[in-house]
Design a protein around this ligand. Structure first.
Ligand SMILES: Cc1cc2nc3c(=O)[nH]c(=O)nc-3n(C[C@H](O)[C@H](O)[C@H](O)COP(=O)(O)OP(=O)(O)OC[C@H]3O[C@@H](n4cnc5c(N)ncnc54)[C@H](O)[C@@H]3O)c2cc1C
Length: 376
């Protein structure tokens, strides 16, 4: 029997499904992708987009072309609600679409609650395409004189943004100060060696790093810490944490306290067997996972297999078995990187080159032909 598979969000966990949409279509099914933009940007290369190491077309997938070339349909819109009774998805601009099987990969966002609209020039790190807009605005402002840049958030994203915004400034002008507001403690969830290498990798370039307090609010062009210190800024990059996309929780699907849709080992909603999901928007019930791209990438073949089973009425679902440890390489923006896997921690140019190689190889796997030649 013909089924309608609807994919909400064309994130990292849906890439294999998108590459094999023709297999669903050949079995007589209909596949539709709902996404706010025809491109999906690969976050692992996002900080390099800010510094200019990469162009937008180097780090994005044309998800519209991926699905349409293989016989599926693309709806450029944002999903705002999943109605599990009527089995339909509501769009932001009105209208809806019915589904038989649904898969959600809507990722995460940087909360901006409490930032007044009167505070301009604050760019959250997600969606990743923000970083290209930020780059253009920073360049524009550098042309007109000195600026004060602050980066908020002492995790991996804040670290990478700081190193890469330094590179952008250095390439264009020296008339800028870069201040890294790293929260209570830089890279607090990582071993001491990673912390030390990260701090050293920034301080030799004259980047000012502030620890010991979190940014509490923004007012009158100042980032105000919870111990009262104030840091004036003209331009701020926000990487103070992420939250799972709110679509699932708002729709009443069982979710964790942060809003991630609860899924079982088959990446299937714990209450609705016809709904699946992957990436930052889910909470993997057997073992909550860190919000890193490694997991959605590894969920790809599992989601593909299980969605195939679901539309074809099969019952041989495959479980997702998250790996215990994974490699992370942080791009410091000066041509070096920090390599981190278990107790193996080192810094150098080779680490950055390895990351660049792995990331470009990943892009090649899923980019459709001709994409890299497109204009940005
Ligand atoms: C600067 C930076 C660097 C990072 N570097 C690394 C790294 O090197 N290695 C690593 O493992 N992790 C890294 N991460 C973490 C990684 O980005 C995330 O874990 C990963 O992006 C999660 O993938 P995802 O597909 O779940 O979500 P996303 O990448 O956020 O994709 C979600 C997609 O859903 C779409 N969408 C959102 N809302 C809706 C909606 N309502 N309706 C329809 N579509 C919607 C979006 O447009 C987007 O295309 C980094 C994060 C940042 C911010």
């Amino acid at each position: 029997m013909t089924k309608h598979l609807v994919l909400v969000g064309g994130g990292h966990a849906h890439l294999t499904v998108l590459r094999h949409v023709d297999k669903f279509v050949n079995d007589g099914h209909q596949v539709t992708l709902i996404a706010p933009c025809r491109y999906h940007y690969y976050s692992g290369m996002g900080s390099g987009l800010l510094s200019g190491i990469y162009r937008p077309q180097d780090i994005r997938f044309n998800i519209q072309k991926m699905i349409e070339d293989r016989g599926g349909a693309f709806v450029e819109n944002r999903a705002v609600r999943i109605d599990t009774n009527k089995r339909c998805v509501d769009f932001e601009t009105g209208g809806k679409i019915k589904y038989d099987v649904l898969s959600v990969n809507t990722g995460s966002y940087v909360p901006k609650a409490g930032i007044p609209d009167s505070e301009p020039h604050i760019y959250p790190v997600k969606p990743i395409e923000n970083l290209f807009r930020a780059r253009q605005e920073i360049i524009d402002r550098l042309r007109h004189g000195a600026i004060r840049l602050v980066i908020v958030g002492g995790g991996p994203a804040g670290l990478e943004l700081t190193g890469n915004v330094w590179r952008l400034v250095k390439d264009w002008s020296s008339a800028a100060t870069v201040t890294f507001l790293a929260g209570r403690k830089l890279m607090s969830s990582f071993p001491e060696k990673v912390r030390k290498l990260a701090a050293k990798g920034l301080s030799y370039r004259g980047i000012r790093m502030v620890e010991g307090a979190d940014v509490q609010r923004f007012e009158n062009n100042n980032a105000v810490l919870d111990d009262g210190r104030k840091f004036p800024y003209d331009f701020a990059l926000l990487a103070w944490g992420i939250k799972p996309s709110s679509v699932c929780r708002q729709s009443g699907l069982p979710s964790d306290e942060h809003g991630g849709m609860l899924v079982n080992e088959y990446l299937q909603s714990v209450e609705h067997p016809e709904i699946f999901g992957g990436g930052d928007c889910i909470c993997f019930q057997p073992k909550p996972l860190n919000k890193v791209g490694v997991y959605p990438v590894r969920q790809n073949p599992i989601l593909f297999h299980n969605l195939m089973e679901a539309v074809n009425g099969g019952r041989r679902m495959k479980p997702f078995r998250p790996q215990r440890s994974y490699l992370l390489i942080f791009n410091l923006g000066d041509g070096s990187g920090i390599f981190y896997k278990k107790n193996w921690i080192w810094k150098g140019k080779v680490a950055y080159l390895l990351k660049d190689y792995i990331d470009r190889r990943f892009m090649k796997r899923f980019q459709v032909s001709g994409e890299r030649q497109e204009n940005s």
